[in-house]
Design a protein around this ligand. Sequence first.
Ligand SMILES: Nc1nc2c(ncn2[C@@H]2O[C@H](COP(=O)(O)OP(=O)(O)OP(=O)(O)O)[C@@H](O)[C@H]2O)c(=O)[nH]1
Ligand SMILES: [Mg+2]
Length: 319
Amino acid sequence: MSRTVDVADLVARARDGNARAIARLISLVEDASPYLRDVAKALAPLTGQAVVIGLTGSPGVGKSTSTSLLVSAYRRRGKRVGVLAVDPSSPFSGGALLGDRVRMQEHATDPDVFIRSMATRGHLGGLAWATPQALRVLDAAGFDVVLIETVGVGQSEVEVVSLADSTLVLLAPGMGDGIQAAKAGILEVADVFVVNKADRDGADQVVRDLKYMISLGRREKDGPAWRIPIVSTVASRGDGVDDVVEAVDHHQAWMADHGELERRRTARAAAEVEAIALSVLRNRMGDLRGGDALNQFAKRVMAGELDPYAAADALIAHL
Ligand SMILES: Nc1nc2c(ncn2[C@@H]2O[C@H](COP(=O)(O)OP(=O)(O)OP(=O)(O)O)[C@@H](O)[C@H]2O)c(=O)[nH]1
Ligand SMILES: [Mg+2]
């Protein structure tokens, strides 16, 4: 891995749509390579163009099937599409998600589609670190739309939400979703609800539950609220995908009108900077453990010369 990397050349080729160059750049940021900072610097002026759409929901709800359909829908509109399939529970990256590969196969030969599976378990900073950087690569490479699929488990969906301009929350009948979803805070994160598997019994009930939840009101601190639409789909048959695209378009237009897109992207950048800063600090703290400084402070605390707060302040100043 010690071979030198011509970052400028990689970025130029990525912008020409070279899939290998894009994949290489993502690997460089994912693995926190020594070139990470050079890559980030080269990408920065090229970013901010892509529309970022997050898809989240319980395992098996139909996220990958829907993602694949959305890829086709945006391709029909002439858009170049990048996909990040993020699996927070797996340590295996780079296309290890077999099911996803099968479902995305029809796009495998399309040069204007780039699909990458990312595993974030075991990564420094997890999703908070690797995914935004991969997103930047795709944005800088000139993809018009980037779809981020992630399984809705615990924190991960919240993290993905902070990455996306528009977040689709998928639900399906018979999956313990519906009201459960409200408890999980899904109402807070959804910009569009997609009730998939509408061919199954109980889909109407899920829609009714959602309507009821929405009617109870999403707490908006300020400004006029976005009315969360509910779209029914049968992803396995391709039904409803155009309605999803339309709902996303409406949401994008609404955000542009209300300054929400800028607010979200600023929040996204802030979270990114924070995650990086924290991980840098954590690393430095780790270095301290091996070194002398921490021990010296510890001894002085033990001897009663310093209280632990003063020692911690002094330690941080030392960083
Ligand atoms: N009946 C029915 N089955 C569907 C529909 N959409 C997807 N499926 C099936 O549901 C299963 C799961 O679909 P995926 O698209 O892999 O779901 P996912 O949410 O990506 O799953 P994970 O990534 O494992 O969380 C597959 O067997 C699909 O064929 C639908 O609208 N109706
Ligand atoms: Mg999937």
